[in-house]
Design a protein around this ligand. Sequence first.
Ligand SMILES: [Zn+2]
Length: 267
Amino acid sequence: MQLIKPAASRGAMGHALALFGLWAALLPALPAATTMPTVDPTTAKTTLAQRWQAVTSPSITYENDQSGGGRLFAQAVPHIDPYVHDIAGKVGRFLYLSPDEVPAFERLTLKIFSFDGIAWKSGDPPHITVAVSSDYLLRYHREGGNVAEEVRGILFHEMTHAYQHANGMSSSAVEGVADLVRYCAGYIPTHFRFAGGHWTDGYKTTAFFLAWLQENQGYADLAYVLNQSALPGQANNWSWQSAITNATCQSPDTLWHQYQTWLKANP
Ligand SMILES: [Zn+2]
């Protein structure tokens, strides 16, 4: 009798079996029709996943003006809770090493309505509000843009604001980190990357510089270190100079010049 079913019939059970392979190997033979053993909630991996989920699953109040742009949002996001919680979970794991570090909040109000601009986040834990402009989504659609991709990118950016630390941090860094997360999630194409500008320009210009440091220069924990540099309760003396130097042991000016040289070679 087999301990493990043939691969062709294993399907979704394969992952669980891999996790419990050693444990399963110690068991007496199971009949082929036996259902899978229940996952042990004390298993470290399971508990960690549950802990991440607990700190990135606020209860969501969803308001949609049902305008043309509002309906475009609803088409892009038919199931609000799993969609937003998925993004929140990814943002949390990007900014933090442990769920214990996450500044979790209880409630998220997500509003889709008509206003100038693209999107914003307001409030602090326990209640945060994120708004997306229905006018902007309609305009984006009419110009031929992919609204589903744009909505997801916008929410990666705004949910980063919801979870990031920003104590004393310059707005260019706050927006740069939000776009860094959006870029790393796959929602800022590199054709937006240009030579020139300054690392304090914020948004994409800053994000691409941070991404280059993180992906090409080996500072894999840059987003984490930058975020930790703005922890609440610390002295409010944040500066780009100290934040980048603490993370890389080099000055931002030196790194920026290296980045510009790299950009010219890698347009
Ligand atoms: Zn922003």
